[in-house]
Design a binder for this molecule. Structure first.
Ligand SMILES: Cc1cc2nc3c(=O)[nH]c(=O)nc-3n(C[C@H](O)[C@H](O)[C@H](O)COP(=O)(O)OP(=O)(O)OC[C@H]3O[C@@H](n4cnc5c(N)ncnc54)[C@H](O)[C@@H]3O)c2cc1C
Length: 266
């Protein structure tokens, strides 16, 4: 595995289309039958999303409210057939700027567990994806699971994605937002990440800070371009850079307003 000629194969829904009709030049390590990599489990401190857990597995698992954004992303990944086959870890390792799984996992402060003959190590998701299709994985490592710490998981979260149509579509922009709202109706904590508007999805930390202490009704009006300055959207066949920024602002406002009238204290 430490040679360059191996690729890890999970659901194959990114790998096979990328090969197309080209000749196969690499060998594949198919993880399909490694039972220890299957399923979603928990212990006292973490939820673990195994390397072979599919989007459909995620939807079938009873999880705390903070996972709602990830579940919403799961419902919008490709089609039912893709959700049955594709893994969440594969989505992260493929490291597309438009990978729908990344923002919802960023707002959960997810970590990536890597396994090799030398043992285990863990990297924060924000440090694991280092660029467009680039990850911090050594040649002899596989990702064994995604770890989500059991912190602030009672807060609700939402995911909103914009594409040129509702299903089977690559995101133009996407937003994942987790809000903890106190009894007074003000936001106690906000965690927000945007995808498809930079090489790697980004948390908007200044905006998170701005939202704290505001009601959801007040918060929507405060979003302006200053808080989106960290985003570096590109112009491509799907949208112009400016359209992406405008759409992102609207998705953030809609995400915030979707918390109105929700009775929660997380
Ligand atoms: C029709 C269609 C629609 C799609 N729609 C969407 C969509 O709406 N949103 C979206 O985000 N994506 C979409 N995708 C992309 C794809 O389905 C997802 O990214 C999927 O989650 C990838 O998982 P996989 O198991 O199929 O990965 P694979 O194709 O098996 O692998 C993807 C990459 O990850 C690496 N990898 C996989 N597992 C590991 C591991 N354990 N350790 C290290 N490296 C690993 C592989 O080597 C490869 O580089 C779509 C794909 C298709 C074909």
């Amino acid at each position: 595995m430490s040679t360059d000629t191996w690729r890890i194969l999970a659901g194959g829904t990114d790998i096979y289309p990328s090969i197309g009709e080209n000749e196969l030049k690499t060998s594949f390590m198919d993880l399909t039958n490694v039972s220890s990599l299957k399923g979603i489990t928990e212990d006292q401190f973490f939820w673990r999303i195994g390397a072979l857990a599919t989007w459909a597995d995620l939807l079938k698992t009873k999880l705390p409210p903070a996972f709602d954004a990830l579940k919403q992303a799961a419902r919008e990944i490709g089609s039912i057939q893709i959700q049955n086959r594709a893994t969440i870890v594969g989505n992260i390792c493929n490291a597309s700027p438009a990978a729908d799984g990344v923002p919802p996992l960023m707002i959960l402060d997810a970590g990536i567990e890597l396994t090799s003959i030398n043992g285990l190590r863990e990297v924060a998701l924000k440090d694991f994806i280092t660029g467009n299709r680039e990850i911090a994985r050594d040649k002899n490592e596989i990702v064994s699971c995604i770890k989500v710490p059991k912190i602030d998981l009672g807060s609700r979260s939402v995911f909103k994605k914009l594409g040129v149509r509702k299903y089977l579509v690559i995101s133009i922009t996407m937003v994942a937002l987790k809000l903890s709202i106190g009894e007074s109706g003000t936001i106690k904590r906000a965690t927000l990440a945007v995808g498809a508007c930079s090489a790697v999805a980004k948390r908007l930390l200044e905006l998170e800070y701005l939202l704290e202490g505001k009601t959801t009704a007040e918060a929507g009006d405060l979003i302006n371009d200053t808080y989106l300055a960290d985003l570096t959207p590109i112009t491509d066949v799907r949208a112009t850079a400016n359209y992406r920024k405008v759409a992102t602002k609207i998705l953030i406002q809609r995400s915030i307003s979707s918390f109105e009238n929700r009775n929660q204290d997380g």
